[in-house]
Design a binder for this molecule. Sequence first.
Ligand code: MD3
Ligand code: FE
Length: 218
Amino acid sequence: MPDLFTDQDVLSAPGEPEQLGPGAFLFRQYATPLAGELLDGIRAVSALSPFRQMMTPGGRRMSAAMTGCGDVSWVTDRRGYRYSEVDPETGKPWPAMPPAFSGLARDVAERAGFAGFEPDVCLINRYRPGARMGLHQDKDEQDLQWPVVSVSLGLPAILLWGGLKRGGSPARLRLEHGDVLVWGGEDRLRYHGIAPVPDGRCDATGHVRFNLTFRRAR
Ligand code: MD3
Ligand code: FE
């Protein structure tokens, strides 16, 4: 009698995360069933607050385009980095967070051990081929006890993740459509970035990678 429940099946059981550090968890393909809803949400948000390539305080234009939704969103200009209640491009509040967004972030954070996570911002990054994000820490949030939840959609990319201090060569992790990461606890302040996104084509998004990052900013 063949054994239908092999070790392979157990290892690939849906929802079992790969632990990358004491507070860092990778849920491969977790968001794949929700991708349609998430992409509808990105479309709705960006119709109200369009994607834009912001300026860093140093005067360089970012290669990734961004928008956001929720009570606040992250902005950068010559004056610095901050969370703002108003979209500087429209002069209006950011669009509300679509329910599919907040539900996913809350559920996956709980699975990673962060029960009660209620994000007040979802930053949406859009990468065309060649766009990247340099190594940085996410530390503009008030309460660093809450994790960051990140959802990748569209073209694959290489996540660079380093240590808690600048320097050293970062580890590389390929992120694909539907992959979800939770970074909390001791891993919350790790340096991380995205290597230049290679060209490719994805049925869901065409020549684009999106990343949603959910945070508790205030
Ligand atoms: C948080 N975005 O928007 S998210 C960002 O794919 C950002 O667009 C990247 O970094 C992107 O700030 C990566 C995933 C991520 C990875 C490592 C982290 C978020 C993290 C380590 C600590 C805190
Ligand atoms: Fe970041």
